[in-house]
Design a protein around this ligand. Sequence first.
Ligand code: PNS
Length: 185
Amino acid sequence: MPKVIAIYPGSFDPPTNGHLDLIERGSKIFDELVVAILRNAEKAPLFSVTERVGMLESLTSHYSNVRVDTFDGLTVEYAARVGASSLLRGIRALTDYEYELQMALMNRKLRPELETIFMMPAEKYSYLSSRLVREVAQLGGSVKGLVPELVEQNLRGKLDPAYQFGEFRDGEHAGKKKPRTRKRA
Ligand code: PNS
C-alpha cells in the first residue's frame, strides 16, 4: 500500500493546543503528516517563521511521522511537491465551515487529486484561535491551558516586561503605562 502523506497547512501564529490536538489526531490516521507553515510576506506576524518552526518542531518531536516545513505560493502546489494526497484542516464551530468549504472546493478545483480532510479538535478547544490567543496575551489575559507552556513562555518574551499576562486584575494597573508588545522579530 502506498504511503499516505498529508499536509496540515496554516499560519500557526502561535501554535495553540487546538493545533496540537489536530496534529495528534492526524498523526494517527496518516502515514506522514507535514505541518506546513505559510510564509506570508504580506502579514506582520507576531512570531517569525523561524520562531514558529522552532516551536512546532519541539512540540512535535515525539511523533516519528510528523515533520515541520514552510511554504509559500499555492498550497496545492506545495502538496504536489511533497507528494501529499491529503490536506488536513480543523473545523471548530459552524462559523469555520463556510470559509473552509470555500477553500476546500477551490483547492479541489485547482488539484482534484488532493483530498481535504476535516477533523474536529477536542470540544474544550472549540473556541480557540491563534488570533484570540495573541489578543488576550497582548492585553494581559492568561492563556494558560490554551497554548503549550513553551508557547506561553515565548509569548511572555514578546510582551513588555512591565506587563506580564495573567497578572493584571481590575483596577490593579490603574495609572500604569499601557502595555505594549516588543518590536516584532
Ligand atoms: O491558519 P490559517 O491562516 O487559517 O491558514 C490558511 C492557509 C495557510 C491554509 C491558506 O491561507 C492557504 O492555503 N494559503 C496559501 C495560498 C493558497 O493556496 N490560497 C488558495 C487557497 S483556496
